[in-house]
Design a binder for this molecule. Structure first.
Ligand code: ZN
Length: 206
C-alpha cells in the first residue's frame, strides 16, 4: 500500500512542470541566508519557506539577533538551522585572537538565549578566515565552518529575476547557495522563483 499512497501524494502536490522529474532526482541544494535577522525580510522569507515546506540555514549576525531574538526563535522553531556569522560582521582575520573569540562567543550566547541551542555551524564574514580564526571558532564549539559555492550577489540589489537566474545557472548537486536576509532588498521576491526553478530541475533543498 505504501508506494501507492506515496504516488498519490506526489500527483496531488506536484505542478505539471515538477511532475516531469522525480523529486530530488538531480540532488540536493543547501540554501543559506546571511546577515540577518531583519525585521522585514526575514519574516517574509520564513513565510515562503514554511508555505513550501523548505528548510534553510540562517547565519545570523549576533548584534542583529540580539535586537530581534523572536525572529531567530521563530526560524529555529520552524526547523531551520541557525549558524554564527560573528557579532558585528568584521573581517575576522584582522582581529586579535581575543577579539575573534569575543565576536563568536557573544553570538553563540545570543543564539542560545533565543533558541535554547548553542550553534555548531558558523560562517566567517566575507569568507575571510585563517588558522587563528578557525582555532578560536573551535574553542567556542563552532566545529563546522560552512562556506558557499553559489553567490548571486543578491546583497547588491540586482532585480529579483537576476538573482533567480544567477542561482539557477550556477547550481549543481550539493551546491550551497549564499543569499542574504539582512541585505538584499529583492531576495524575498526572488526566493519563490528560485524554489520553483530548483524544483523544476529536480533539486530538493536542505
Ligand atoms: Zn555576511
Amino acid at each position: 500500500m505504501t508506494p501507492v499512497i506515496a504516488a498519490c501524494v506526489l500527483v496531488l502536490s506536484a505542478t505539471p512542470a515538477q511532475a516531469a522529474l522525480q523529486p530530488c532526482a538531480v540532488g540536493y541544494v543547501r540554501l543559506t541566508f546571511d546577515d540577518g535577522p531583519n525585521r522585514n525580510a526575514t519574516p517574509a522569507i520564513l513565510d515562503t519557506l514554511a508555505a513550501r515546506g523548505v528548510k534553510a540555514t540562517f547565519f545570523v549576525v549576533g548584534s542583529m539577533a540580539a535586537a530581534s531574538p523572536g525572529i531567530v526563535r521563530r526560524a529555529s522553531t520552524e526547523g531551520h538551522r541557525i549558524g554564527n556569522h560573528s557579532w558585528s560582521h568584521p573581517n575576522l582575520t584582522k582581529l586579535s585572537r581575543e577579539q575573534v573569540t569575543s565576536q563568536l562567543a557573544r553570538t553563540n550566547e545570543t543564539i542560545k538565549q533565543a533558541t535554547g541551542v548553542s550553534p555548531t555551524e558558523w560562517r566567517p564574514p566575507y569568507g575571510a578566515t585563517n588558522a587563528l580564526v578557525e582555532a578560536a571558532a573551535r574553542d567556542v564549539g563552532l566545529t563546522s565552518m560552512v562556506l558557499w559555492t553559489v553567490d548571486p550577489r543578491d546583497w547588491a540589489d540586482p532585480p529579483a529575476t537576476t538573482v533567480r537566474d544567477r542561482v539557477l545557472q550556477a547550481v549543481r548537486p550539493n551546491s550551497t547557495v549564499l543569499l542574504h536576509d539582512g541585505t538584499g532588498a529583492n531576495t524575498p521576491e526572488a526566493l519563490p522563483m528560485i524554489l520553483d526553478g530548483l524544483a523544476d530541475r529536480g533539486y530538493c533543498t536542505q
